[in-house]
Design a protein around this ligand. Structure first.
Ligand SMILES: CC(C)(COP(=O)(O)OP(=O)(O)OC[C@H]1O[C@@H](n2cnc3c(N)ncnc32)[C@H](O)[C@@H]1OP(=O)(O)O)[C@@H](O)C(=O)NCCC(=O)NCCSC(=O)C[C@H](O)C(=O)O
Ligand SMILES: [Mg+2]
Length: 283
């Protein structure tokens, strides 16, 4: 099953218990939404959230936005009913929390025969998950994305948040390497201080430069900065076009553009950027 070519720059969590937020999901300028049944929902609201989310996904109307449902873990009292409800709703993706083995993904994949379009996303948020990242990334053709859970990872590492995300780097790196090796998407974790635009920008830029495909968000106010950072700008597009052209004019050998060599690998990256810019424009 091919990974979606649609942009995944902004992926906004919404508490499934918040009817107002679910309604807004159909209007906000986001690439994807995660309708959450797990950590954003209090225990006494779990059933309400499950009902509201299932109903919302079945009703549709999300337009170009991709829709994922995050279920509670199989080891919780809500996990089994969440999964039944999510499978019946047929969202674009079901997001499994705290995945630590290929088997967890494969078990869900085996239940998706009646939902051929539904993909699996895996939360990568524990030390063990990081150490098993490649096994998980290659677990199933249904797996489309890793979603980093940096809050849980920091908690399990007994580490402190720092703006440079030092403690998270080994885990981010392992997840990215595995995702790229398996050809799946890799979405960065959330930035908790949702009123701190500058801090968010710095973290988005770091994530983009590391190779993430986009960022998960917790508040609509985080969307525009994220789009700015994760969208190629006009200068990037012009440079990529010039590289492709210089390479073609050089007859497929090594070209030189603005004092720098351009080889086929640079052209491949330039073509990927142009494709991404095209997908964003088409959205
Ligand atoms: C953080 C919030 C609790 C703040 O909510 P609130 O105080 O209501 O914010 P505002 O008053 O500024 O809201 C303005 C309007 O925007 C809507 N809104 C707010 N947040 C969302 C949202 N996430 N999606 C859609 N719409 C949203 C409000 O309804 C207002 O609308 P209007 O009435 O029209 O003015 C809140 O933002 C929130 O709950 N955010 C989500 C938190 C969450 O999902 N957490 C769990 C995911 S993070 C995680 O678990 C990652 C991972 O597992 C890990 O381990 O790291
Ligand atoms: Mg988490």
């Amino acid at each position: 099953m091919a990974v979606s070519q649609l942009p995944h720059r902004s992926v906004l969590y919404m508490p499934g218990s918040n009817a107002r937020a679910l309604e807004k999901a159909r209007q906000l300028d986001v690439d994807a939404v995660i309708l959450d049944l797990e950590d954003a929902v209090a225990p006494d609201a779990k059933e309400l959230a499950r009902e509201q989310v299932t109903e919302a996904v079945k009703a549709g109307g999300f337009g170009y936005r991709r829709v994922a449902i995050r279920v509670n873990g199989a080891d919780t009292e809500w996990g089994a009913a969440d999964l039944d409800a999510a499978i019946s709703a047929k969202p674009d993706a079901i997001l499994l929390p705290k995945v630590e083995s290929a088997e967890t993904v494969q078990k869900l994949a085996a239940r998706l025969d009646d939902a051929p379009e539904t993909r699996i996303w895996a939360m990568m948020e524990t030390p063990l998950a990081m150490l098993k990242a490649l096994e998980i990334a290659k677990s199933s053709p249904r797996l489309e994305a890793f979603v980093l859970g940096t809050n849980d990872l920091l908690k399990d590492l007994h580490a402190q948040f720092r703006p440079d995300r030092l403690a998270l780097m080994p885990g981010l790196g392992l997840s990215l390497l595995a995702a790229k090796a398996a050809g799946i998407l890799c979405l960065d974790g959330v930035y908790n201080a949702f009123k701190d635009e500058e801090g968010l920008r710095i973290e988005c830029e770091q994530g983009r430069d590391l190779g993430f495909d986009g960022k998960t968000l917790i508040h609509p106010a985080q969307v525009s900065v994220t789009h700015e950072v994760f969208s190629p700008d006009a200068e990037d597009v012009a440079e990529a076009e010039a590289m492709v052209q210089a390479f073609e004019e050089a007859g497929g050998g090594i070209a030189v553009l603005n004092g720098r060599i351009v080889e086929n690998l640079h052209v491949e990256a330039a073509q990927r950027l142009l494709k991404r810019a095209g997908a964003i424009a088409a959205r």
